[in-house]
Design a protein around this ligand. Structure first.
Ligand code: ADP
Ligand code: MG
Ligand code: ZN
Length: 626
């Protein structure tokens, strides 16, 4: 993809250049003055008559004839033997006098036995100009560019030697993004709402003749990795217009006013290149609501104000459309969202099953797929995954195929890649003691059994006790048979029971508890809490909303909306649910202790078993009874 900095230099560049030149001239002048002060340190001015007198007295050792003056070096007062070897850096007294048009000068010098230095190399005007002006200039330039580069790097600017921090907005301009709607899968609704913008950029006259005003801006809202940035590029690609983008954090600098001037620059360039798309990524970095802040941020406020006034000021009929992206729409300032600014909201949500399959297809196009690849299965296994995850899974699968020395990616690569994304890479070299392995096996089979023995659960896909790099010592993978959007009360309770069954198995078999269950406990508790406080499923609190989620698109933490006392009561209710589910898990496993032993032994031997193998052993009638 062709990328580049904006072509034309801003007026600011000329200003910096001027500053630089003035500084360099000053510095060089001072340097020259200093140098001449040093070299003329021991030079004293005398009159021409005095000089002639010195010649008569034969005290002159040498005379240097310069353009405008004569520099006279006197014979040293030391012993006469050394006199001949004296030169002028040996501390002899030196004088100078103005150069008088004296045709007899050479004759006089010869008579006086003084050596004569005709124009020395110092006299070449070009050379002296170079040494005293050009060289220092070059030196200063090299130095300052070195310093500036490191400074601007620190400040996050991309400026070259001439940029002094300010206004080096990293405006990322692309003539053609090369991305089209075909590259964005599973976001049909979002694409549809953006189609109008594309059409507007194509035929803006069609709209203006009727008198229709098109939205100046649209805000792409959704969780990270769902393809917001990609969609914005696709809009530019579909409309064949240039794409100007800046990230919200680029605006926020340590100096007040920098952000605002970047906004100005961005809009100025965009207007010059209309029609085009201006994309402000992560707009919440500047668009944060101005109230409810402890200690307001001047810089951000100024930047935001500038953005607001630019959005009001520009003429939309020219065909400039501003797209913003954020995953925290609720923190945005109301002024940004009012009609005439980002008044359109395009939701870019996590893809559903079909969407995931399509995204996998889009990315699968770039790799060689084997015949056995079933992307539908992969999509099923990646519930909750976003576009970025899926792109990553396809790549991981391809990497694994290369590692395995295959020329095509097959289904096992995909399933392993899913696990790598979920749980990390296998850590075959980790050595666990036999006892630890046994505990992990029983723990995992506990989960799997609880799943299989309850009605409202998803089937087991795989059980493994091979440790993974992301900390798990083993895990039980479940896979839904179809995509689900709702979860019933019964399903939640069954899931909590399943989560607690791992530890329950440890308790039944080993009469102890290990740290391995911490993640299960965390998830079970969170579920139970939502059950009570968000989903209104407990009898005690009926349908009172006691908590709300803060950053919906960032899996944000919940905020309590109730009194301290009620909150304490919620904790009690959560405790009751956990206890009940724990009891249920213990009971289930006690009743099926024989199966627990049987399957755990099999798992210990095989280390990884599939869901089918699991079901087969589970339904095998115990041999003794037959
Ligand atoms: P966001 O800006 O929403 O955080 P990006 O647009 O940067 O996400 O997406 C990151 C990468 O994930 C993209 O470059 C693309 O490879 C992949 N991706 C995300 N969503 C999709 C999608 N809907 N279709 C195809 N690829 C996607
Ligand atoms: Mg993005
Ligand atoms: Zn567990």
């Amino acid at each position: 993809m062709p990328t580049g900095k904006t072509p034309q230099g801003s007026p600011n560049d000329t200003r910096t250049l001027m500053t630089f030149i003035i500084l360099a001239v000053l510095f060089t002048s001072i340097l020259n003055m200093f140098l001449s002060a040093v070299t003329t340190r021991k030079v004293e001015e005398i009159t021409y008559t005095q000089f002639l007198q010195m010649l008569e007295e034969k005290t002159v050792d040498s005379v240097e004839i310069l353009e405008d003056r004569l520099v006279i070096t006197q014979k040293s007062q030391q012993s006469p033997e050394e006199q001949g070897e004296l030169h002028y850096f040996d501390g002899a007294q030196r004088y100078f006098t103005g150069r008088v048009d004296d045709p007899d000068l050479t004759q006089r010098l010869i008579e006086a036995g003084a050596e004569q230095y005709a124009p020395t190399q110092n006299n070449s005007p070009i050379l002296s100009f170079i040494t005293s002006w050009v060289l220092p200039f070059a030196l200063i330039y090299a130095l300052s560019s070195l310093i500036m580069r490191s400074v601007s790097k620190k400040m996050g600017g991309a400026g070259g030697p001439m940029s002094f921090g300010k206004n080096t907005a990293k405006i990322y301009a692309q003539k053609a993004t090369g991305v089209t709607f075909a590259d964005v899968a599973g976001q049909e609704e979002a694409k549809e709402s953006l189609l109008e913008i594309v059409d507007f950029l194509h035929h803006s006259d069609k709209y203006t003749t009727i008198g229709a005003k098109l939205p100046k801006g649209a805000l792409l809202v959704g969780p990270p990795g769902t393809g917001k940035t990609l969609l914005a590029k696709a809009v530019a690609g579909e409309a064949h217009v240039p794409f100007y983008s800046l990230s919200g954090s680029d605006f926020v600098e340590m100096f007040v006013g920098v952000g605002a001037s970047r906004v100005r620059d961005l809009f100025k360039q965009a207007m010059e290149n209309a029609p085009c798309i201006v994309f402000i990524d992560e707009i919440d970095a500047i668009g944060k609501s101005r109230d409810n802040q402890i200690g307001s941020n001047d810089e951000r406020e100024q930047t935001l104000n500038q953005l607001l006034s630019e959005m009001d000021g520009f003429d939309a009929s020219k065909g400039v459309v501003i797209l913003g992206a954020t995953n925290r729409p609720e923190v945005l300032d109301k002024a940004l969202l009012r009609p005439g600014r980002f008044d359109r909201r395009v939701i870019v949500d996590k893809p559903d099953l079909k969407g995931r399959e399509e995204i996998l297809k889009v990315h699968g196009k770039d790799v060689k797929l084997d015949d056995d690849v079933d992307l539908h299965q992969v999509a099923l296994a990646t519930s909750g995954g976003v576009g970025a995850d899926l792109a990553n899974i396809v790549n991981e699968a391809a990497l694994r195929a290369v590692r395995m020395g295959r020329s095509k990616v097959n289904q096992s690569d995909f399933m392993e890649a899913v696990e790598v994304i979920v749980a990390g890479k296998e850590k075959k070299d980790r050595i666990m003691t036999e006892q630890e392995k046994k505990i992990v096996a029983y723990h995992e089979v506990g989960h799997a059994l609880a799943t299989a023995l309850q009605k409202n659960t998803q089937p087991v896909q795989k059980i493994t006790i091979v440790p993974r790099t992301m900390g798990s010592l083993g895990y039980t993978m479940q896979m839904p048979e179809e995509e689900r959007y709702l979860m019933s009360k019964e399903e939640i309770l069954d899931q909590i029971t399943t989560l607690l069954a791992g530890r329950s198995a440890e308790e039944i078999i080993f009469q102890t508890a290990t740290t391995g269950a911490s993640n299960d406990i965390e998830r079970a508790t969170a579920l139970a809490r939502s059950f009570v406080a968000q989903y209104g499923m407990s009898e005690r609190f009926d349908m009172v909303g006691l908590e709300s989620i803060q950053n919906k698109y960032l899996d944000g933490r919940s905020v309590r909306n109730c009194a301290e006392v009620t909150s304490a009561a919620v904790d009690e209710e959560v405790l009751r649910i956990i206890k009940e589910c724990h009891e249920k898990a213990l009971k289930l496993l006690q009743e099926n202790k024989e199966a627990l032993h049987r399957i755990s032994a099999f798992l210990l031997e095989k280390e990884t078993i599939t869901g089918e193998e699991f079901m087969e052993i589970l339904h095998q009638e115990p041999q003794k009874e037959e």
